[in-house]
Ligand binder design. Sequence first.
Ligand code: SF4
Length: 362
Amino acid sequence: MNKKNIKSLSLEQLEALALSLGEPRFRGRQLFQWLYAKGATSFDAMSNLPASFRNALEAHFDLQALECIQTQVSAIDGTIKCLYRLHSGKAIETVLIPGFDEDGDAARLTVCVSSQVGCAMGCTFCATGQMGFMQNLHAGEIYDQVWQMNQLANEEYGRKITNVVFMGMGEPLQNYEQVLQAIGLLTSPEGLGLASRRITLSTVGLAGRIMRLADDGVKFNLAISLHAPTSEKRSEIMPVNRSLKTDLKALKEAVQYFYQRTKNRITYEYCIFDHFNDNEEDAKALVKIVRWAPSKVNLIMFNPVKGVHFEASHEQRLNAFIRVLVANKVTVTVRRSRGQDIDAACGQLAINAGKTEKTVAQ
Ligand code: SF4
């Protein structure tokens, strides 16, 4: 029998499950605490639950932690990338990115999580986009990535992770319910107890879903993967922009609606590509977009991806681009590529693992 993963159930569902198995409702909450606050990896370990309840759970549900099948550590900046095997056998990537202060202490420990296996969005510069869409992750699988990275952070740096970004494999808003459920677990005092402002969801810009986030009154940060400032250029590298429902015009409406409802400043992620989106006109077009609503820009230095012809912008062009933004009072930060000595671009490790598995199977 194919058992259901217990971590795909919400607190309310766990309480309903306890009742259906003849237990009082509070057993559901105890179960929830074992799963998320204590990170139990077996029903047996849940010592304050009656044996009959544990046996019934064992009979109907699986409780499997993600299995780490490969780890890469950057010798340059300490970035750790793990390849996890899901219950389905497919693999996803999660990254722990340390940010060091002047004393060399890891002041910031950011976990970059995946929300899907592969991705349907097909951005031409992205390794994950080359895989196509394979599977949505459920909330427990998203939560587990952070949980396991938190353990790793404690082992390596003696402290808890500080931030979570949904910038790994997949488009989080295409897996809306499970992603929001996972964020609920991450921010719950009975989960990891992270503050909402420590979490950033990055989307390719699905306008309708951004409006839904606004209606749902979310408190976490929203980042838009913009990567090009005009419709023409954006459509060239991001197929999402070719639809009237999700083009720049629709995005403008959604972003303004989101800001009106949440008062959360928006971040635009902008991979700066040499001689594609890094001239003065591009910078001026970007300034116009930034004025849609209070926002800031993250310029990202591109990590090379096999089969992709883009290169990161050269220092001189990058500086000229930044000068235009700063002259127009745009808040801008530059994110240097992390883990350049490992398969750093999102999706590369999973693609390579997929290739290895295929070779072995042949
Ligand atoms: S950049 Fe993000 S949305 Fe685009 S294909 Fe890659 S994972 Fe999907």
